[in-house]
Design a protein around this ligand. Structure first.
Ligand code: MF3
Ligand code: CO
Ligand code: CO
Length: 276
């Protein structure tokens, strides 16, 4: 069986070649990304102690429907929710369920809307009520990792420059970088070439060129970097059960550097932290 989401992207295949997009394409993906950013903005006031991740997921689905957008994760490789909700030691791909959020939790909410065939992929961390100092520091370090990675994006540099910027900062802050998941090309496809590693060296990886679009989405742990995937086949957790955080933006490479498509129109890129 082919779902109509799959049918829509059937002409596109991940061949390993890195796609270059036009300015019109940049405008198209930006619309998808901005809808995702608006949804993540709406979630800032809704993430509260007692709210279940299923309720959050339902909001993501309804918000998409209200704005003519499909959540890309729905029916993606057997995934059956509109979002991923990754709490505390969950690194990524947490599956929404009936468990209520608790004061002190940190939760990543990852949303990808498809608008006119374009994939808008972004995630943010949300503190639930008051959180511990260590958790707060992890969120600040992880957001800074994302922004340092983005600052390394420019034509002519290699994608390894992104990884080096992230890894060097994370480790200087006595945190670790998850190796098992990476950023990715995005656009007509949800997950496309190139892989964007969040560790490594500036002379590694393909050269960045104007027109490329990809995500940067570092997962940073307070403890060791190792992860395992639970028996549900999705939920990735830290092996040492240390706290893990992640923020994700989608960016397009420009002549000068890059454009961040998923920036919050409300200035809520790091909900619960002091504005930058
Ligand atoms: N949105 C995730 C990413 O940043 C992918 C989630 S795939 C799912 O790439 F199937 F787990 F939802
Ligand atoms: Co992504
Ligand atoms: Co994502």
């Amino acid at each position: 069986m082919v779902t109509y989401i799959e049918a829509a992207s059937a002409p596109y295949k991940n061949t390993g070649a890195i796609r270059l997009y036009t300015p019109d394409d940049f405008a198209g993906i930006k619309r998808a990304c901005q809808l995702t950013a608006r949804c993540l903005d709406e979630l800032a006031s809704r993430v509260q102690p007692g709210v279940t991740t299923n309720e959050i997921d339902r909001f993501v689905f309804d918000f998409g429907m209200d704005h003519g957008a499909l959540p890309a994760t729905l029916n993606y490789r057997g995934y059956m929710k509109s979002s991923c909700t990754s709490i505390n030691h969950v690194v990524c791909h947490g599956i929404p369920d009936e468990k209520p959020l608790r004061e002190g939790d940190i939760v990543n909410i990852d949303v990808t809307y498809i608008v006119d065939g374009w994939h808008g992929d972004s995630s943010r961390m949300y503190p639930v009520g008051e959180i511990k100092r260590a958790a707060y520091r992890l969120l600040e370090v992880t957001h800074e990792c994302l922004m340092r990675g983005i600052a390394a994006v420019k034509p002519g540099a290699r994608t390894g420059a992104i990884g080096e910027a992230i890894q060097s900062f994370a480790e200087a802050e006595r945190c670790s970088v998850v190796r098992d998941f990476c950023g990715h090309g995005v656009g007509r496809l949800f997950h496309d070439a190139p892989n964007i590693l969040h560790y490594g060296r500036a002379n590694e990886g393909p050269e960045m060129r104007e027109g490329m679009i990809f995500t940067i989405e570092p997962m940073i742990n307070l403890g060791r970097p190792h992860v395992k995937v639970l028996r549900d086949g999705w939920t990735a957790v830290t092996r040492d059960r240390s706290l893990s955080a992640q923020y994700e933006h989608a960016v397009g490479v420009t002549a000068e550097g890059c454009e961040i498509f998923t920036l919050s129109p409300a200035g809520l890129d790091r909900p619960g932290l002091t504005a930058q």
